[in-house]
Design a protein. Sequence first.
Length: 349
Amino acid sequence: MQYTILITIDVEDWFQVENFRPWIPFDTWNQRELRVEQNTHRLLNLFDSVGSAGKLEAIGQKANRIKSYEARMLEGSEDFKLPSLPASQLQAEKDELSAMSYQLNNNGQRATDNRQKKVQATFFVLGWLAERLPHLVREIHSRGHEVASHGDSHRVCNQQSTAELKKDLIDSKKKLEDIIGSAVNGYRAPNFSIDNDILKLIEDCGYGYDSSYNSFTLHGRYGRISLNGHIKKGIAHQIADNFFELPISNLIMKGRTLPLGGGGYFRLMPYRFFRLGVHLILKKDGAYVFYIHPWEIDPDQPVVKKAPARFKFRHYSNLSKSLDKLIKFIDSFSNCQFITCSQYLSKFA
């Protein structure tokens, strides 16, 4: 049996997280530095490298290209023309080279096996960002990944009126569909803030699935839903004929829920423990849902100095290690298939 891993990315920027909202209100977002594009490119390059990396020739060519780029920048050559985003592009090239080299060194020729395909992931994109970076949304789609909705303005669902939330759900879906020219099926609530009434509203707004339920109860913002009575298909719960709930994966041990789904828990948890937990989930369920944010691989992002120490600890801990940890995670489970949420759910249609 081949296990399935669903990597999901909540595409939001460093200043849009709920913990920082009191110090970075919505009406100041346009004044903030956008870093999500370069960080999303780093993830896209990593996911692409899984299926095509490993050949010494390709690694050598990329390394030489980076060296040449850096040398000409240092020399200040007059005939060297900088691309539109030189620093971010250079960093993306370096990250891809690192991923390629890591896989070759740790897997021998396994990474060159044509049977190994690249990671296909689901990107839950914030509508506010899609408006400003439509080319990024199109690139996610063109590179074979699923584009889904993370709402429009990252407002917590259960703090909105029904009319406000309905507009948020419809507007974000339409923005994304207009950009990529195809249907958007999935939704993830900011801060996993759902309940059964919100779940019904998501269905009514035309989505095919929601992936917002996180069963870890010790986080105050996470919503609660009842899945009793619904048919379970794989790790998904069929809520209606054409609507599913696809929960974040957690580990249940001795009646307690351990947060194994990703995010800050992934950054803070020792990797050996995390890997063991994922193995246990896969052995029990056959599939695993993981989530991460682009800002979580960005140690150079601005620091919100006025935020309390506990919020800064949650947000900034181990940012410099998370990309390497993600590479190690993908490599550790290279025998699994990495597919999108919609691809997984299509098995039960």
